[in-house]
Design a protein around this ligand. Structure first.
Ligand SMILES: CC(=O)N[C@@H](C)C(=O)N[C@@H](C)C(=O)N[C@@H](C)C(=O)O
Length: 728
């Protein structure tokens, strides 16, 4: 069978065309304004990201819209200007009244990186503070894990998180004249303040929070007094705690934050909400700090509009890295905590399968402070759910829609701003009012920015019941799903080549949203099968718990079962099957080619886990290796030869001598999660066994391999590798 698109030039053209579709990253709703004719409207500001292949970077841009309404019904809406690129903004936040805007900006001055905190009012920048020169703290945290920029309710102070100031370190051999007279210190000398220096500490190791949080070690809470131009570092946070996700308590009496325990050492946080953490309150007057939640694992605290309650997610510490969340609520005045939505072991009859999002949207409460909105995977879809905090009842706003997946960007006075997409439709922007309690399914969505449907792509969700011999004895009766993308209008009798894509994690999920590389592969003429094997998020806690201890068998067999099942339908060519996987998906791909050596004709792995026993000593998440291999973890766990044996036995490297499929590896030079030595170990084994292998090395890339050149070059090489080895 000839592919529709197979030459490098045509593939690059198609990739370029499809990468022009942008994704929504944020939306903010301004205050309600009454026009001179009495009509009410809101300005909506949106942020989008897009790959810029020419400049080799992801660009962020904004676009404004205007929405006229009568409080419950949208009467007119439309864009109110063109797109503008945003440069150098690390964080930004409008003040509660909408009168001012704060921005943390990074810019290069005479070749040196500086950070500024700016305050904007009307049409001017009324303040610009050089935070770098102030030297009250290190770099400001801009990440989603810790970072925040929050106005006090009074709009007089700003709260943010920055790296703790480190004492200046110098060599024992540094001469007095050199000491402290280098360019960087000019401002300090001018200010007449000479810093204390510590000799011999130049090379002291600072732990960090791992993958994608490198050089983030000791976060501190910082407050700018806007009027007084004064930045202070908040005191009272316990020494063994790293604070983040902070906001102002009711009446600005103090600060509420999530504190992660960093003793006895830090474990990687990215994709791992199961780290010991609690909700804290530090009082601004006395500096007294109190714990508001038990020591489990918490995140995303959000204060209700009436300032009476805080909702947040909670899950168990250690165990599977991502699990079904509880939605908890802390009452500020009674100081009582309740569980609003508990862990769901099995999907319920009404379709609710539990909460699996890693973050709540920054604005997630209904105007009356009664309901909370959550975007969460529900099996293979992502839906927007409404939770009634007084009854715990969960209703889906989107489960009946034709669009594959939905995400809440923000909600303001019940005006919801959302993004939705499908495997054949890039993200579009919609708005709608949250209906009254009990009529949630009646939202009438208005599209602010439409997306170009890709009519050449067909997609469906397939459900699989594992054969009886593969049923999990401890967690019986679990099913799983896959998302199949297929080119439309295929000539009758044509058998398509197929690419199998198991996701990573393993406790993550691929939902029915816009997936750039799968869309391009499908338009080239491939069938693409994303398998959400048992252990994926969105199917109940039992499914998640069924996998640890069974990796390398249960997940591998689920993927193989899904592929065999679609081959039986007759649309696909069993001689032309390839597998692609990243991380734990790479682990599965390597297992599949080792356990089914004649089945797969080509394999591509991105930062794959190949040997748990060698990964444990070098990854930022050693607990992951232990737990997934089926052993318990705590920070005192010391390795034993039996644990190492168990890890090796579950690893794909065990089957490497069976491998026949040519393997393409793509590795990130700076991956802290699955260090590139994992891929290199596998590469060397394949070389020794004379299996065709090619390794692509992406400098400056971490585990996600998401820099524009790594992603686009990786895509081209992956496509051409598969075309070559499937003889297309
Ligand atoms: C917890 C964790 O990070 N585990 C890794 C071994 C892993 O599989 N990570 C994935 C979340 C991941 O990065 N997956 C990507 C590559 C994917 O394609 O799913």
């Amino acid at each position: 069978m000839d592919l529709k698109v197979s030459s490098p030039k045509e593939i690059a053209k198609l990739y370029r065309e499809q990468s022009h579709f942008s994704s929504l990253s944020r939306a903010d709703v301004g205050p309600v304004i009454t026009s001179q004719y009495g009509g009410k409207y809101n300005n909506i500001s949106t942020e989008w990201t897009q790959r810029d292949l020419e400049r080799n970077e992801i660009v962020t841009f904004c676009r404004q819209y205007i929405v006229f309404h009568d409080d419950k019904l949208i009467v007119y809406s439309g864009p109110s200007g063109n797109c503008t690129e945003i440069k150098g903004e690390l964080l930004s936040q409008d003040s509660p009244s909408g009168e001012m805007k704060a921005v943390v900006r990074e810019c290069s001055i005479k070749g040196e990186e500086k950070q500024f905190l700016e305050i904007w009012h009307k049409n001017s920048k009324i303040k610009s503070l050089n935070l770098t020169a102030l030297k009250k703290h290190g770099k400001v945290y801009e990440d989603e894990q810790f970072g925040c920029l929050v106005w006090s309710h009074s709009e007089t102070h700003l709260l943010y998180v920055a790296e703790k100031k480190r004492p200046k370190a110098e060599s024992y051999f540094q001469s007095e004249s050199e000491s402290g007279l280098l360019g960087d210190d000019e401002d300090v000398i001018k200010a007449g303040k000479q810093e204390d220096t510590v000799k011999g500490n130049q090379f002291v190791y600072y732990e960090d929070w791992g993958e994608a949080l490198v050089s983030k070690s000791t976060p501190t809470l910082c407050i700018l007094d806007i009027e007084g131009n004064n930045v202070s570092v908040l005191e009272g946070v316990p020494e063994d705690i790293s604070p983040g996700q902070a906001f102002w308590a009711p009446n600005d009496t103090g600060v509420v934050f999530v504190g992660w325990s960093h003793e006895p050492f830090r474990l990687g946080l990215k994709h791992c909400p199961n780290r010991r953490s609690s909700l804290f309150y530090v009082d601004l007057t006395g500096g007294k700090c109190e714990k508001l939640s038990d020591s489990t694992a918490v995140c995303s605290p959000r204060l209700s509009p009436d300032h009476c309650r805080i909702v947040y997610f909670e899950c168990d510490v250690y165990g599977p890295h991502q699990q079904c969340n509880k939605l908890c609520m802390y009452d500020w005045y009674t100081k009582k905590t309740s569980v609003v939505v508990d862990v769901v072991k099995r999907g319920r009859e009404d379709g609710f399968t539990g909460i699996y999002s890693s973050m709540l949207s920054h604005q997630c409460w209904s105007a009356d402070s009664q309901r909370v909105l959550i975007s969460s995977p529900q099996r293979s879809r992502k839906d927007i759910l409404v939770v009634d905090t007084s009854t715990g009842q969960v209703t889906s706003l989107t489960s009946k829609s034709d669009m594959g997946s939905w995400s809440l960007l923000t909600i303001h006075r019940d005006l919801m701003v959302v993004s939705c997409s499908s495997p054949n439709c890039p993200p579009s922007l919609r708005v709608g009012f949250l209906p009254a309690s009990g009529s949630e399914e009646e939202v009438s969505w208005v599209t602010l920015e439409d997306a170009q449907m890709q009519p050449e792509i067909d997609w469906q969700i397939l459900t699989f019941t594992p054969p009886p011999e593969e049923d999990n004895k401890q967690y019986p009766g679990l099913d799983f799903e896959a998302i199949l993308l297929k080119p439309k209008d295929v000539k009758e009798g044509t058998k398509l080549p197929v690419i199998v894509k198991p996701h990573g994690g393993p406790h993550s999920v691929i939902v029915t949203e816009w997936l750039l590389s799968s869309a391009v592969l499908c338009r080239m003429g491939f069938g693409v099968l994303h398998v959400n094997y048992r252990g994926s998020l969105g199917y109940g806690q039992d499914s998640i718990f069924s996998l640890p201890g069974n990796i390398g068998t249960q997940d591998v067999k689920d993927v193989q079962f899904a592929v065999e099942s679609i081959l039986k339908r007759g649309d696909f060519d069993r001689e032309k099957v390839a597998v692609i996987g990243g991380s734990h998906g790479g682990f599965l791909a390597c297992h599949l080619i080792g356990q089914y050596p004649d089945f797969y004709k080509a394999c591509v792995v991105l930062n794959p886990v190949t040997n748990l026993a060698s990964m444990i000593g070098s990854t930022d998440i050693p607990d992951w290796c232990t737990v997934e291999a089926g052993c318990d973890y705590n920070t005192n766990t010391m390795l034993s030869s039996s644990m190492l044996e168990q890890m090796l036995n579950k690893s794909p490297i065990k089957h490497v001598t069976q491998v026949k499929a040519p393997v393409l590896l793509t590795l990130g030079a700076k991956d802290k999660r699955v260090p590139n030595k994992q891929g290199i170990e596998y590469y060397k084994a394949l070389k020794a066994l004379q299996v065709p292998v090619r390794l692509l090395w992406y400098p400056g890339n971490n585990h996600s391999l998401s820099k524009v050149d790594a992603e686009s070059d990786g895509f081209m090489n992956i496509a051409l590798w598969i075309i070559q080895h499937l003889n297309l």
